[in-house]
Design a protein around this ligand. Structure first.
Ligand code: NAG
Ligand code: NAG
Ligand code: NAG
Ligand code: NAG
Ligand code: NAG
Ligand code: NAG
Length: 468
């Protein structure tokens, strides 16, 4: 350990001193979709697609600088990542196909911005990553490698994925990007094997999985998120429906159809071209104000479905929070919620001595984890009837927290002036203001105080309510 620390500081000093410009593999320099900034194409709409927005960096919105101070050294990172952009889920894809077919057969004339529908061929797949989504995950691996190069040059991350195909594929693409960045890095320690996905946790209602909710019965039966979404849809979608029906004579839409057509703007964009530089013509049917409403609709769905708006939402993230505490302290997992004791008590499937961890998951479970960590404790209960701005929600929204390819980094660093390690959390490049501990001017808390503040998770919270 002592030797490793010495070696790390040498590598660290060397990397600081050399100042070599970073060379990214991949084609996309100069494009609106880059490793560093994420998806910056058509930001006035694409950053308002809720969880269907492709990841975009929030660095410009971070009140704390992202840089690691000169006198500090990152000693630990836990990444928690959503899968990349995908096709609609199977049930949604069927629903969209049927809707498009009905519109195409009912409409009596196609004109203006609706004209493209005449020859539009709905051919989106289902569930899996799109080519664009694969590229996002490769880029994510490249970005992670470079941000944490003081560790990635010498250490191989320990990686877990939840069991659905798109999540596992996302982990594999991340590894591909990570490894290719390493191969392009002259300072990387030679001879390293590529990382692998060390554990795939099955997704089933009988399997305790901290990366995918499913075992908490009361929670699984709750329809709160859907109800709140339906109510908000009833408020803002009718006027859009009227306009669309005027533009598509002969067609009769429900307000739910309006949301489907808005969904298609994102899905069609991320499916159509590998680089997402062409905006789907569906997007043009809606105004910026309507995208703001749509974005808020998605934020409501996540907040009342998986976040603090649902009495058992944050409880779904307790297992992950307790695993994080175990990793930060190198002590066994203490949890009686959704962790699998067999996996977490076995060092091959849950080592405690790694310094880099990456877990791949879904938007819903990431929302629960963020709320279990209290990351959005500054967010007041969201209004169910009128749009609140990102300032009013204290930085919470679906697009800002769990877009396609979302990534949170929990960083621990050791600083010269301070004996105790410091912890902070970045969500999509925004240093989140921590609650439950006294953060310093760089958004960091002392590790022990950070963990003290996680009393909700350490106590098991209200998990007991799952089975009453
Ligand atoms: C629609 O797209 C599918 C899949 O790309 C293709 O097989 C089919 O021929 C297309 N149909 C039309 C009418 O263009
Ligand atoms: C826990 O994990 C073990 C090892 O993979 C597995 O055999 C068992 O079915 C899992 N149990 C639950 C409840 O998740
Ligand atoms: C299309 O017309 C059929 C038959 O009148 C009707 O049942 C259906 O709701 C219509 N769908 C749309 C999207 O207009
Ligand atoms: C799975 O979780 C339940 C609590 O929900 C717990 O009672 C059980 O021991 C866990 N099983 C394993 C194998 O960890
Ligand atoms: C962690 O401990 C295991 C033995 O328990 C050892 O094989 C492995 O090399 C250690 N890893 C690190 C990064 O120290
Ligand atoms: C966040 O708020 C919840 C609910 O009030 C509380 O139980 C939890 O301890 C808070 N977490 C942090 C880290 O402040």
């Amino acid at each position: 350990m002592g030797l490793l620390a010495v070696f790390l500081s040498i590598v660290y000093l060397f990397s600081r001193a050399s100042g070599t410009p970073i060379q990214y593999p991949g084609p996309e320099q100069g494009s609106c979709n880059t490793v560093d900034e994420g998806y910056q194409c058509f930001p006035r709409t694409s950053h308002l697609w809720g969880q269907y927005s492709p990841y975009f960096s929030l660095e410009e919105h971070s009140t704390f600088p992202l840089d690691v101070p000169e006198d500090c050294q990152i000693t630990f990172v836990q990444a928690l990542s959503r899968h990349g952009a995908r096709y609609p889920t199977a049930s949604k894809s069927e629903k969209y196909a049927a809707l498009i077919a009905e519109i195409q057969s009912n409409v009596t004339s196609f004109a203006g911005k609706y004209a493209f529908l005449k020859s539009y061929n709905y051919s989106l797949g289902s569930d899996d990553l799109t080519a664009f989504g694969e590229q996002q995950m490769e880029d994510s691996g490249v970005k992670f490698y470079h941000r944490y190069s003081s560790l990635t040059r010498t250490v191989i991350p320990f990686i877990r994925a939840s069991g659905s195909d798109r999540v596992v594929a996302s982990g594999e693409k991340f590894i591909q990007g990570y490894q290719s960045a390493k191969q392009h890095d002259p300072q990387a320690k030679p001879g390293h094997e590529a990382p692998v996905i060390n554990v795939v946790i099955p997704e089933s209602e009988n399997f305790n999985n901290t990366l995918d909710h499913s075992v908490c019965t009361t929670f699984e039966d709750s329809e709160l998120g859907d109800t709140v979404e339906a109510e908000f849809t009833a408020i803002f979608a009718p006027s859009i429906r009227q306009r669309l029906e005027k533009g598509l004579p002969g067609v009769q839409l429900s307000t739910d159809d309006v949301i489907s057509l808005m969904d298609l703007c994102s899905f069609d964009t991320v499916a159509a071209t590998g680089d997402g530089t062409e905006l789907s013509p569906f997007c043009d049917w809606f105004t910026r104000k309507e995208w703001t409403q749509y974005d808020y609709l998605q934020s409501l769905g996540k907040y009342y479905g998986y976040g603090a708006g649902n009495p058992l939402g944050p409880a779904q993230g307790i297992g992950f929070a307790n695993e994080l505490i175990a990793r930060l302290t190198q002590l066994p997992v203490q949890d009686h919620t959704s962790t699998n004791h067999t996996l977490d008590e076995t060092r091959a499937t849950f080592p405690l001595n790694a310094t880099l961890y990456a877990d791949f998951s879904h938007d819903n479970s990431m929302i629960s984890a963020f709320f279990a960590l209290g990351l959005y404790n500054g967010t007041k209960p969201l209004s169910k009837t009128s749009v609140e701005s990102i300032t009013e929600t204290d930085g919470y929204s679906a697009a800002w927290s769990v877009p396609f390819g979302a990534r949170a980094y929990v960083e621990m660093m050791q600083c010269r002036a301070q004996k105790e390690p410091l912890v902070r959390v970045l969500v999509n490049d925004r240093v989140v203001p921590l609650h439950g501990c006294a953060a310093d001017r760089l958004g960091r808390c002392k590790r022990d105080e950070f963990i003290q503040g996680l009393s909700f998770a350490r106590s098991g919270g209200n998990w007991g309510q799952c089975f009453v």
